[in-house]
Design a protein around this ligand. Structure first.
Ligand SMILES: [Zn+2]
Length: 723
């Protein structure tokens, strides 16, 4: 938030947030970093009425300390499932607050300091409301209430509106509403009377008997999705009608690892507030997918700001520990480089005390990020778009969504490790215009490809785009059943003979066979494992390249008395490894194996990943930027065409080795990054640069024509190229 704007206008923040009235840009369109502060204990049975709990949780102090740390807005804990933290007539206040009202304190201090105050309000898991109204509970297929979960089609909707109305009266600037999930696993809902009536009215039939993966479940899934989206739309409309200009955002669950269980689709549930917001962090999303989360949110809400929350605790939100600065820098800069604005979550001590070390470190973190503010934003430059199919997630993945995610996540991992700038394109809102933004679109094991998508992809390719198809893409029908012919056969220029039952499949390329760019760095005449689904194709129009080899099987494996969990060596050749098809002005490269799934799997050999990267380089041979750097460095390329500035962000991750874990050996969490990495990188530009400078700690760049060599001594550095 621009302080001058606030002082000059002297208007309530809510009015400034309106933006549409022309009084200023809404707070979320200019924020870079902010904080969310809530009391620890809210998730640890604080309903006992302990007067110590949240006793020192003070809105004025929180806002002041956040401001001192460089925060540009504050999301303050106002209502959770158990308590309100303001004087509510609807829900009891945390008893430790006594006469105090945290929301009033925060709003008053926010006004004084010119800080937007956002009220945090829990939606799912409303313990107190469910104790008073057990009839609002979500119900499983047997009609039994599901503990702690509420049905969004119940009168709970009106209860939430009563709470929101109370909070609006304080003059807040926005709501952060958390969460609109329908549970993260079984039992699934909802079979309550409200939902049964809606299903009946909509489809004129009885509900399915459970998760049946048939037409009745197809309808049930639509109803579940609409339940969450309708709830969000209704609350947004209510807030806008009561207080135009007060913003609303919903904590989002449309990205991996979330699937149909939570009741969200990537686009349908990202667009119902003023901006989409979601979470990241190694605790739930891995180190690598930090940037992926941002790109999915961006793809779901094109042209809008996106917000991501990270935490200061070393393990998760609910530990009062503070990560080393470098560890937080790596995550923050990854998010900012990908174009998000970022909320740092601080859980206070049980009594509400604010940890000074956390605020000192966050202050240092934010100050540097704000000094680099001009480096963030701008238009993505991507060589390849990763196609995300929500239909495949649901109907191919079913109760095991990792079946689908393996390909998508592996493709992302391969592109990131190989420094190939990538973007995400979502099946739900993909258009020819979106596809045309990148020279290559990659379908990583998109099992289900509908007719409309086939038409879209055909238009893209015949118009000069390039497509990469891997594994079982297109081999399943709308309901997730195997198809006799691939939906993509015309694009592929080949015929589906059969999918292989094995996952331990190999490929081999003979010396001199096929385009050199496809096999660069791969030893010729050598079979290597590409673990994942594979398909036997027969070329019709396309050129066949290399060999796909099915695995050996022992006698006991053939007899079915021994499993095939561990990969076996390469056996006989069953088909081509790849098919290359010219179609109009574009090309389709089909990989009969799954280098994407292999890269995210248990045997992620480098050659499998390189094959996928080579495929992209074959189809997009002249990228604007090519980066050679250690595999631990993530590259993000952004273009500012108005100022003719290209930015190459380099984000170095350097977690030290871990020791033995206490549980689930060998699955370790990464160590904490304690110091910035030092590394060499070479950036090769397609066009001759007009000017060069580096933001971040690095030696002066050494230029040789269009090649720029860098020695970076920072977690985040940007090569700023004038052209
Ligand atoms: Zn229900």
């Amino acid at each position: 938030m621009d302080d001058r704007l606030v002082t000059l206008c002297g208007l309530p923040m809510a009015m400034l947030a309106a933006g549409a009235a022309g009084l200023g840009t809404p707070w979320y369109q200019q924020a870079l970093v902010g904080m969310e502060v809530g009391p620890t204990g809210a998730q640890f049975g604080a309903e006992g009425g302990d007067p110590l709990y949240a006793a020192r949780f003070n809105g004025s102090e929180i806002v002041r300390r956040c401001r001192e740390a460089g925060s540009e807005y504050v999301v303050v804990w106002a209502r959770d499932g158990v308590y309100a933290y303001y004087d509510s007539a609807v829900q009891p206040k945390a008893p430790g607050l006594r006469e105090r009202d945290v929301l009033r304190e925060a709003v008053r201090e926010g006004r004084r300091l010119g800080m937007p105050i956002i009220a945090y309000c829990v939606l799912q898991y409303p313990t107190t409301a469910l104790a008073e109204h057990p009839e609002w509970a979500m119900r499983d297929a047997d009609g039994k209430p599901i503990p702690d979960r509420v049905c969004f089609n119940s009168p709970y909707r009106e209860h939430v509106k009563d709470l929101l109305k109370e909070m609006l009266a304080y003059g807040i600037d926005g709501f952060h509403l958390d969460m609109v999930d329908q549970g993260f696993g079984p039992p699934h809902g909802c079979w309550c009377d409200h939902c049964a009536r809606l299903y009946e009215a909509r489809y004129g039939a009885a509900m399915p008997t459970g998760v049946t993966w048939d037409e009745s479940w197809n309808r049930m899934l639509e109803l579940r999705y609409e339940t969450s989206a309708g709830f969000e739309r209704e609350l947004t409309q209510f807030i806008r009608s009561e207080a135009p200009g007060v913003t609303v955002d919903y904590n989002y669950h449309g990205n991996p690892p979330f699937s149909w269980e939570v009741g969200q689709r990537p686009v349908q549930h990202a667009v119902n507030g003023d901006f989409v917001t979601g979470e990241t962090g190694i605790w739930g999303f891995s180190a690598l997918t930090t940037g992926l989360n941002v790109e999915i949110y961006r793809a779901a809400t094109p042209g809008r700001p996106v917000q991501v929350a990270m935490q200061r605790g070393v393990r998760m939100y609910h530990d009062q520990t503070t990560r080393p600065l470098a560890d937080m820098q790596w995550e923050l800069y990854t998010l900012l480089a990908h174009g998000a604005f970022v909320t740092m979550v601080d859980k206070t001590a049980y009594d509400g005390w604010l940890d000074p070390v956390a605020y000192e470190r966050i202050g240092e973190l934010f100050a540097e990020a704000r000094r680099r503010r001009d480096e963030f934003g701008h238009a993505p430059v991507a060589d390849v778009a990763l196609w995300f199919s929500d239909r495949s997630r649901d109907w191919y993945g079913r109760q095991d969504p990792s079946r689908y995610f393996a390909g998508f996540l592996g493709a992302h991992k391969a592109m990131t490790y190989e420094h190939l700038p990538w973007s995400v394109v979502l099946e739900e809102n993909a258009s020819l215009a979106t596809l045309k933004q990148t020279p290559v679109v990659l379908l990583p094991n998109a099992a289900i490809v509908g007719e409309a998508t086939v038409r879209l992809l055909s238009d893209y390719v015949t118009g000069g785009g390039n497509l990469i198809v891997t594994g079982i893409s297109g081999c399943f029908d709308h309901m997730g059943q195997p198809r006799p012919h691939s939906a993509l056969e015309n694009l592929i220029g080949g015929r589906l003979v059969r999918p292989l039952e094995s996952r331990d499949n190999h490929v081999r390329f003979a010396r001199g066979q096929g385009p050199e760019a496809l096999t660069a760095g791969l030893r010729p005449d050598w079979p290597f494992l590409v673990e994942g689904p594979a398909v036997v194709y027969e070329a019709t129009e396309a050129t066949a390249i290399g060999e796909l080899l099915a695995p050996h099987r022992t006698v006991r494996q053939i007899q079915g008395v021994e499993d095939t969990a561990w990969p076996m060596s390469a056996g006989e050749t069953v088909g081509p490894a790849a098919l290359l098809n010219q179609l109009g002005s574009g090309q389709v490269l089909t990989l009969a194996c799954s280098p994407d799934a292999a890269t995210s799997g248990e045997h992620p050999i480098v050659e499998a990943r390189r094959l996928l990267a080579n495929a992209v380089r074959l189809l997009a041979p002249e990228p604007r930027v090519r980066v050679d750097a250690p595999v631990t460095v993530e590259v993000v390329v952004r273009d500012d065409p108005e100022r003719r500035i290209l930015r190459v962000h380099l984000i170095g991750y350097s977690a030290p080795p871990q020791t033995l874990p206490a549980r689930n050996r060998p699955y370790v969490l990464p160590g904490l990054m304690e110091e910035p990495p030092i590394y060499e990188a070479t950036v090769t530009l397609r066009d001759r640069p007009r000017s060069l400078r580096v933001v971040g700690r690095a030696d002066p760049p050494r230029r040789d024509g269009r090649r720029i060599a860098l020695t970076v001594r920072d977690t985040h550095a940007v090569l700023v190229v004038g052209y």
